[in-house]
Design a protein around this ligand. Structure first.
Ligand code: ADP
Ligand code: MG
Length: 817
């Protein structure tokens, strides 16, 4: 590039960096300056007229242009000043636009040294990073230039608006910046065990003293102290100012200090002082300054290699800065608003790349051959006649959506969300019957034995009058029981199979499996779902969950699923009367239980158990409490005890007994299995309710209120902390699973809300899905639009590269091996 162009180029890039506000420079606004410069360069023939001629007219109207046009114009100017040297490569289509693939986009002025390894070069290529620093960085997981550029600051300190010492008054909490004038250590004669260390600092307006009181120090330590504060060094002091002496002096007791270097240490100044300064996560032995300097140098050298995978048009529409600008702005912002915009851009990228991954994966799956099932309706109609109830409007609507999916020659990928008790099971069975009508087999997979068994029994009961066989495959089944089931499944005489993940084991082979329903899908890992596919089956998949996931989270985790919501409970359900009491009022709870039992109803009492190393200890004490309850409080009732150490057969027989009303009270030291359905149970007491998360409490409470009778839930807590109070208030105030889930997400954050970290998905560093809802929606829209136009991202190589880099630790997620 011609050196004469440098000033204009700089102005353009600064203007672009700030999203084209027509910045006020030192002497003129950007547009005025640019017009004058273009005129000068043309005049002096530095600039060939042709490329800029077309830009002059819009530049004259710069003030009146909308931001998108300004951005494009500035980019075009940059391009004219520094056209790409190499023969132009086929230009990728701008993201999210329908313009032809030749549209001019992409920033200009890339350094020529764009080696193929670029950002993947080792971090030791950053000037000033020696082997020792390199080792430290490796401990932080920083191996490459890219890693260092994306080691984002934890926070920033605003040293920009430093306070002048002259203006500091006693009591102010301030940060000042000055030069060390004198360092002293001193032992007061009256306190021989004390050493007072002080540093006198002057900032050009006034002086202040910083003081530390230490235990007795030997010569070595006092020397060390003095070495830390060489006279002439620049220091930052933060702390509360105190009056010192009668003449209005100021001092700081034990302030936070950062030593910034010496006067005249040119570069050091712009990195560490007088600006907004980034603060990074460190590792032992790596000073903040060293890391900060390394990032700064790295940005200067390699920052220009960072490509933006979104074109200016798109960014203008989203009102976001470019990726290189955002990187600069997140590390070394010139203002806090700039930093916030930078954060938004990078958070957007996290959300966008995840959505793009989901969309990409979905598109790959779409290419798989899929079945088209358009049922006759004969079996589903027959089932409706057998059912003791009519479907709710919501159940009908969701089933219709499913039927439409099944009729399409693409694999179904639908998630049914429905609050506890909303009646998902019957929708599952209807769906399975559509497969059977079409001559396929169907399978239902549930996360636990108890649940699988319960579904199996229900299916048997409903299907018996229709003469359709259904079998179950459970972990507890021995070889003898399995053999006929496996045979029937293999030869197709068993059309419907219910089970746990035993279903996807190697020994199970289907005659022609066409549909799989996964109940409580959040309890299955990504792995298990992949296992299904690995069996070489491409069945239609319907997933169901009773954990109502807030919309933002659903979009994040299931961006590639269609979602149906059963948002209506079967008629006649009365709200569950929920109350919250302390342990001393427990008697009231027992009285309520007794009243219900006397009406012929049943009750649950739940003792929580946290997974921990002391689990055995806890089992014992919770079990003891439960036994005491059975012996001393409810001795005249039939009480069953369920705990985690029981084997599955024993567990199942207790649940069975409760189901058949051979037990009045089910005391459980584990969480009662999700989905247990005993409509005659009308009251639940939850001990130590503070130990459960909101969503868990909601699930538990959903075990009662499943019939037509008034139901009750009593939450007994041992603590009264603020967190407990908040949760109990939510529980007593509402029964809407979505509201509860939103609150849960808000109170606990996404990681914990999901129980385990959602395996398989890259972590969010900046994005916060509880707050970045708007960004998420935009990211999702754009990602799906891009994939719609370019399934394999062939026309978006930069995006494709960014996507694969983002998912580099889990390419399997994208369907890439
Ligand atoms: P969940 O959505 O929690 O899995 P279930 O499918 O177990 O709920 O249904 C809860 C209870 O409601 C069951 O006893 C079921 O038979 C019953 N049920 C389902 N649909 C209806 C309906 N439309 N009318 C009345 N009762 C229904
Ligand atoms: Mg269920």
């Amino acid at each position: 590039m011609h050196p004469e162009f440098e000033r204009l180029r700089q102005a353009c890039s600064v203007e672009a960096r700030h999203a084209c506000p027509n910045l006020q420079g030192q002497h003129a606004r950007f547009a005025d300056f640019a017009r004058a410069e273009v005129a000068r360069l043309l005049d002096q023939r530095f600039l060939a007229p042709a490329p800029v001629a077309a830009l002059r007219a819009p530049l004259d109207r710069y003030e009146t242009l909308p931001p998108a046009d300004r951005a494009r114009l500035v980019q075009d100017l940059l391009m004219a000043l520094d056209p790409p040297r190499a023969p132009e490569p086929a230009r990728p289509a701008p993201v999210g636009s329908t313009r032809p693939a030749t549209a001019p986009a992409a920033p200009a002025s890339k350094p020529a040294a764009k080696g193929p390894q670029g950002l993947d070069m080792g971090v030791q290529f950053v000037k000033g990073v020696g082997p020792r620093t390199g080792e430290m960085l490796a401990k932080l997981g920083i191996l490459t230039v890219h890693d260092l550029l994306f080691h984002l600051p934890r926070t920033h300190l605003d040293y920009q608006a430093r306070t002048r010492l002259r203006d500091v008054k006693p009591g102010d909490r301030v940060t000042i910046w000055g030069t060390v004038r004198r360092v002293e250590t001193f032992v007061p004669p009256s306190r021989p065990n004390l050493t007072i260390c002080s540093v006198l600092v002057h900032d050009g307006t006034a002086a202040a003293k910083a003081t530390w009181f230490q235990g007795k120090m030997n010569k070595l330590r006092t020397d060390q102290f003095k070495q830390r504060f060489p006279v002439g060094a620049q220091v930052l002091l933060s702390g509360e100012a105190r009056a010192d002496g009668p003449r209005g002096g100021i001092s700081f007791d034990r302030p936070d200090v950062e030593i910034l270097g010496h006067d005249g240490e040119g570069q050091g100044e712009s990195v560490h002082v007088g600006r907004i300064v980034p603060v990074y996560a460190l590792t032992e032995g790596l000073p903040q300054r060293t890391l900060r300097q390394a990032v700064h140098t790295c940005l200067q050298t390699f920052g220009p290699l960072v490509e933006d995978f979104l074109p200016p048009v798109t960014l203008a529409a989203l009102d976001l800065p470019t990726r290189p600008e955002a990187l600069q702005g997140i590390h070394f912002p010139e203002s806090m608003p700039e930093r916030d915009r930078a954060r938004d851009r990078l958070a957007f990228d996290e959300l966008f790349l995840l959505q793009l991954g989901l969309a990409y994966r979905r598109a790959q799956q779409r290419d798989q051959a899929a079945l088209a099932m358009s049922g006759t309706g004969a079996l589903t109609q027959a089932l409706r006649e057998v059912l003791p109830f009519r479907l709710t409007g919501a159940q009908e609507r969701v089933f219709t959506e499913i039927v439409q999916d099944l009729a399409r020659p693409e694999p179904m990928n639908r998630l049914v969300q429905g609050d506890v008790g909303s009646g998902k099971t019957v929708v599952a069975l209807l769906t399975l019957l559509v497969a059977v009508e079409n001559g396929f087999q169907g399978a239902l997979m549930a996360p636990t034995e108890i649940l699988a068994e319960q579904h199996f029994r229900k299916f048997q009961e409903w299907l018996a009058p229709m003469g359709i066989p259904v079998a179950s495959l459970l972990g507890k089944h021995g070889k003898r029981e399995r053999a006929p089931v496996l045979a029937g499944v293999a030869d197709g005489t068993i059309p419907l199979l219910v089970g746990t993940h035993a279903l996807i084991q190697d020994s199970v082979s289907f005659h022609n499996l066409g549909l799989v329903v996964i109940d409580e899908q959040h309890r299955f890992g990504v792995k298990q779902r992949a296992q299904l596919r690995a069996k070489g089956l491409h069945p239609e998949v319907l997933t169901m969950t009773a954990t109502p996931i807030p919309r933002t989270l659903a979009l994040t985790l299931h961006g590639d699923l269609d979602v149906s919501v059963i948002d209506e409970l079967p008629p006649g359900r009365k709200p569950i009367v929920t109350s919250w009491i302390g342990q001393r009022q427990r008697k009231d709870a027992w009285n309520l239980v007794r009243t219900e039992l006397e009406k012929g109803h049943q009750a649950y009492v739940v003792f929580p158990l946290i997974e921990s190393s002391e689990e055995l200890e806890r089992v014992r004490s919770a079990t003891e409490e439960a036994e005491t309850l059975a012996r001393e409080v409810f001795f005249d009732w039939r009480v069953g005890l369920l705990h985690g150490q029981m084997d599955p057969v024993e567990k199942e027989s207790i649940v069975q007994a409760f189901r058949r009303h051979e037990l009045d009270i089910l005391v459980s030291t584990t969480v009662i299995e999700v989905g247990v359905d005993v409509p005659n149970a009308t009251v639940m007491v939850i001990e130590n309710a503070e130990r459960f998360g909101l969503s868990q409490l909601h699930q538990l409470r959903g075990r009662v209120g499943r019939g037509g009778d008034q139901a009750y839930c009593v939450l007994v807590t041992a603590t009264q902390t603020e967190a407990t109070r908040q949760r109990m208030e939510v529980m007593t105030a509402t029964q809407d699973g979505f509201v509860i889930a939103e609150q849960d997400l808000r109170l606990r954050g996404p990681g914990e809300f999901l129980g385990t970290r959602q395996s398989g998905l890259p972590d969010f560093v900046l994005a916060d899905i509880t707050r970045d809802t708007a960004l998420l929606e935009k990211a999702r829209k754009l990602a799906w639009k891009v994939i719609e136009q370019d399934e394999g991202l062939q026309r978006h190589p930069a995006l494709r590269a960014a996507l694969f880099r983002h998912f580099r630790t889990n390419l399997g997620f994208l369907g890439v091996s």
